[in-house]
Structures are given as structure tokens and as C-alpha cells.
Design a protein around this ligand. Structure first.
Ligand code: PBG
Length: 323
């Protein structure tokens, strides 16, 4: 035998020398859940180790992440049911929890990269990502709400706006609103291929944002489709997106790779709440090894082509020095 691939695996030094993919703190984005009030920190039942923080405690959490070299955060609000309505007006009210949270982080830690979620669901009395009329999600009227929300985020200091709603044309609409208001430097990370997935369950528990009727299949993508992801990616790129996101992550590695091969834009992957819950449950039962399972997942997402990974594991992998 002339070729013995095992020679390149014979020692730790050689294995590291030929390693093709690396994950570092710079690749990670940490999602944070925010609630109203003071000194709040409540664990999400289906996401052990992940909490909803009031703004004061969120700032302390951001501070401890920054010390670990974790510099990017994606904020998600848990909104009081009484503040929700059909048009998600709370999403662009100046003194809302979410806008106060963005301003607080950027004021105390201007160097932190704040990513904001643009979608109606946490503020919608229907629990949908768009305006509902006669049981249907209305696309074009929703764009106006998304534009107001994105502008409010930009005014509050957001570095990157991340529309997660899957309405048609929203990237172009948001880009135009931002540019017309002088926010040409605010980036857009588009959830391009966002699938109608069972893996968002724990996130909807965390935010109490589950749809009040039906499902999200008329706007989020069919998990069986790959080519359709290319249509979405092409449109988002043409409409001015700076990043294209695939979500969920691990069940959609092929889609990450496909987009990577078909665009020059950086790809983000969202290692979602259900993926986190699944891994944590197995670890708690002693069925998987903590460090190895988690780093393998993150490495796989990078290997498939993701530059950025949104993951609830971000802090623990750095705290434990697993990278
Ligand atoms: C809402 C949104 C969802 C997630 C991010 N933004 C849930 C949904 O579409 O219902 C899911 C994130 C996760 O599961 O970790 N627009």
C-alpha cells in the first residue's frame, strides 16, 4: 500500500497539523432572552443552563461573555401578553423592553456586536410572524411593520438587523428604509432558508410566542426542499443582505453547503433551541459526552460552510475552554 491515510492520524500533533476546520470565539453568536422587571433570571425549562434575564442581569451576562471573548449577541424579548396586539405595535414603541435592552447594551458595551431579531411573533397576539387576516398571513402589509421595527432597532444602536419572518421582499424593504434614514452602515443578516421546523419548540416556550392557531408553513420553508433555498438566497442577496442564514443548523448541513457553494456572502447557521435541548437531555442522562458532542456539532456547522454560528452553547464552550 502506498497510500495509508492513517499515517496522518497517528499523533495528536499531526492530527492538529492537518485539521481542516476550526471553531473560534469569533465565529460564535450568543442568543439572549430578555424579560421585563429587575433582578430577574429564570431558567427555560426545556433549555437547561439558558435563562431569561431582566436588562440589569443581561448586562452582567454580556459583561461575563465579553471577558471570554464572546462579543456577538442576538437579543430576543419575552413580551407580556397584555402588550401584544394584531399589529405588533409594541415592537416599535420607543420605551419597549426590547429597544431599552438594545440601548442599554450599546451604552455600556459599545464594542459588543448587537444583532436584533425582526419578526412580529413575540409581539403578536396571533403568535405569527405577520399580520393575520381571515386566518391568512398578509405579506405586503407586514413589510411596513417590519420596516418600523428595523428602523427602531437601528435608532437604538443595533449593529446587525436579522429578519427572521420569511415574508417575501422584506430584505429589500428593510434595506431601503434603513438607507433612507441614514443607516447605510447597519447590516442585514437574513434568515434566508428558514424551515418550518419542529426544533423551535423550546424557543417558543422561552418567549411564550407559539402561534395561537395553525402553523408557520405558509411562510417558513418545507423541510423537504433544497432548491427552494437557492431561490430565497438569490433574492436576499439581490435585495442587499450581508449574511445569509440557514436555520435550523444540524439537520440542514446540506443546505448550508449548498448556499456556501452558490454565494460569496458569508453564511450563518442557527443551531436552534431544539438542537440544544436534544443534546442537553442526552448529556443529563449520561448518554453523550458533553465536550465531545458539543464541539462536534459546532465543528460540523463550520465544516459545512458556516462563518457564524448562533448557538446557545456559545458561553459554555468558552467558559470550559473547549475550543
Ligand atoms: C421567530 C424566531 C424563531 C426562532 C428565532 N426567531 C421561532 C419561530 O420561527 O417560531 C427560533 C430560534 C430557536 O429555536 O432557537 N421569528
Amino acid at each position: 500500500m502506498l497510500q495509508r491515510p492513517r499515517r496522518n492520524r497517528k499523533s495528536e500533533v499531526i492530527r492538529q497539523m492537518v485539521q481542516e476546520t476550526h471553531v473560534s470565539a469569533a465565529n460564535l453568536i450568543f442568543p439572549l432572552f430578555i424579560v421585563d422587571g429587575e433582578n430577574q433570571k429564570t431558567e427555560v425549562a426545556s433549555m437547561p443552563g439558558i435563562y431569561r434575564y431582566s436588562i440589569d442581569n443581561m448586562l452582567r451576562e454580556v459583561e461575563s461573555c465579553l471577558k471570554l471573548g464572546l462579543n456577538s449577541f442576538d437579543l430576543f424579548p419575552n413580551i407580556d401578553e397584555a402588550l401584544k396586539d394584531k399589529f405588533a405595535t409594541e415592537s416599535h414603541r420607543d420605551e419597549s423592553l426590547y429597544l431599552r435592552a438594545i440601548r442599554a447594551v450599546k451604552k455600556e458595551f459599545p464594542e459588543a456586536c448587537v444583532i436584533t431579531d425582526v419578526a412580529m411573533d413575540p409581539y403578536s397576539s396571533d403568535g405569527h410572524d405577520g399580520i393575520v387576516e381571515n386566518g391568512e398571513i398578509i405579506n405586503d402589509a407586514t413589510l411596513e411593520v417590519l420596516g418600523k421595527m428595523a428602523l427602531a432597532h437601528a435608532r437604538s444602536g443595533a449593529d446587525i438587523i436579522a429578519p427572521s419572518d420569511m415574508m417575501d421582499g422584506r430584505v429589500g424593504y428593510i434595506r431601503k428604509v434603513l438607507d433612507e434614514n441614514g443607516f447605510t452602515n447597519v447590516s442585514i443578516m437574513s434568515y434566508s432558508a428558514k424551515y418550518a421546523s419542529a426544533f423551535y419548540g423550546p424557543f417558543r416556550d422561552a418567549l411564550n410566542s407559539a402561534p395561537k392557531f395553525g402553523d408557520k408553513k405558509t411562510y417558513q420553508m418545507n423541510p423537504a426542499n433544497q432548491q427552494e433555498a437557492l431561490i430565497e438566497a438569490r433574492l436576499d442577496e439581490a435585495e442587499g443582505a450581508d449574511f445569509l442564514m440557514v436555520k435550523p443548523g444540524l439537520p440542514y448541513l446540506d443546505v448550508i453547503k449548498l448556499l456556501k457553494d452558490n454565494t460569496q456572502l458569508p453564511i450563518a447557521a442557527y443551531n436552534v433551541s431544539g438542537e440544544y435541548a436534544m443534546i442537553k437531555a442526552a448529556i443529563q442522562k449520561g448518554w453523550l459526552n458533553n465536550q465531545r458532542a458539543i464541539t462536534e456539532v459546532l465543528t460540523s456547522l463550520r465544516r459545512a460552510g458556516a462563518s457564524a454560528i448562533l448557538t446557545y452553547h456559545a458561553k459554555e464552550v468558552l467558559e470550559n475552554k473547549w475550543l
